[in-house]
Ligand binder design. Structure first.
Ligand SMILES: Nc1ncnc2c1ncn2[C@@H]1O[C@H](COP(=O)(O)OP(=O)(O)O)[C@@H](O)[C@H]1O
Ligand SMILES: [Mg+2]
Length: 306
């Protein structure tokens, strides 16, 4: 391959559609004024300028639906290029974390930082933070790509259009350039010969490969993967996991992955976060979490899924 399909291009222009998001998805305005702590503007607040700035930082992040506390003052960091797996029982808040990062949901409290910049807040002239406007959220969303359990391809578009749509409408790429990028990515995911197919003509595994290519076409800083093999027929799972292993190995993209595929998690993760009831109960290397879990909830969960 002559060029790296994941290399970032500078100078792209802002647009409007949510990349990789299901059609019609919009942030829920359940909390118009999250209780943001005062921002501490430091030298490392310039995106991409310092390698020690975490790629993702959750600071006292809360998410509530009515009285139901889904995420409880959550703090964690993900370094640039790190591959982090979120594990934990159903309902523990894993998908909510990814949806907050994709700005498909609003925070109830706290701040999420991406590359040293507030994701769903804007800085005020006085150095504080205020909730971001829709326009600012659209700009934030461009840093993040997400792949969903149910693929969420645009059913009325062929494979090529599924991948070129957001780079053209959101990044302002010329069609030729967007198509060249899409074709390279389709080669990468093993579907170079299916550019004209429609989603219904593809297997689940092929559709998920297209969804992965579509997310990567936006050259996001962060790739979010939410149980991306859970809806696949068993014989198609290994191929998609191998593709993700390859992406994790060959690129420096930061990956945040929710999966029940524990051997995959073990292979690709730098860090595993074990969730229960909206909190991290234990975190560490896959070695530690899978071979010497300290917390009772981690042991119970692993016994149930392994
Ligand atoms: N839109 C919503 N309205 C109300 N409750 C929700 C909504 N989305 C998620 N929840 C609740 O938040 C909790 C965490 O859900 P989720 O993040 O999907 O967990 P996980 O992905 O770990 O299974 C669950 O109790 C779920 O019922
Ligand atoms: Mg989930």
């Amino acid at each position: 391959m002559a060029t790296d399909p994941l290399e970032k291009t500078p100078g792209s222009t802002p647009g409007s559609a949510p990349p990789g998001a299901p059609a019609g998805a919009a942030p829920a305005a359940d909390s118009p004024s999250p209780s943001a702590p005062a921002a501490t503007a430091t030298a490392d607040a310039v995106p991409g300028q310092r390698s020690d700035t975490p790629m993702i930082r959750f600071e006292q992040v809360e998410k509530r639906y009515g009285d139901h506390v889904v995420l409880d003052k959550l703090d964690f960091e993900v370094r640039r290029g790190e591959h982090v797996t979120l594990i934990g029982p159903s309902g523990s808040g894993k998908t909510t974390i990814l949806r907050l990062l994709m700005t498909l949901e609003r925070l109830s409290g706290g701040v999420i930082w991406v590359g040293g910049e507030p994701l769903s807040h804007a800085r005020t002239p006085g150095g504080g933070l205020k909730p971001a406007t829709e326009k600012q959220l659209r700009a934030s969303r461009r840093k993040i790509g997400m792949v969903f359990q149910q693929f969420n391809l645009f059913p009325n578009m062929n494979v090529l259009r599924n991948i070129t749509e957001a780079p053209i409408s959101v990044l302002g790429l010329e069609r030729d350039e967007a198509e060249a990028r899409a074709r390279e990515l389709l080669e990468l995911v093993g579907l170079g010969d299916r550019v004209d197919a429609h989603p219904t003509q593809l297997s689940g595994g092929q559709q998920q490969r297209v969804a992965i290519a579509r997310a990567l076409a936006m050259r996001p800083d962060v790739l979010l993967l939410d149980e991306v093999t859970s809806a696949l027929d068993p014989e198609l799972v290994a191929g998609v996991l191998d593709l993700l292993r390859q992406i994790a190995h060959d690129t420096d993209i930061t990956m945040l992955c929710v999966t029940h595929e524990m051997s995959f998690a073990r292979d690709v993760s730098d860090q595993v976060l074990m969730f229960d009831a909206g909190r991290i109960v234990e975190q560490g290397t896959p070695e530690k979490i899978f071979t010497a879990p300290e917390h009772r909830r981690t042991r119970e969960f692993l016994n149930a899924v392994l």
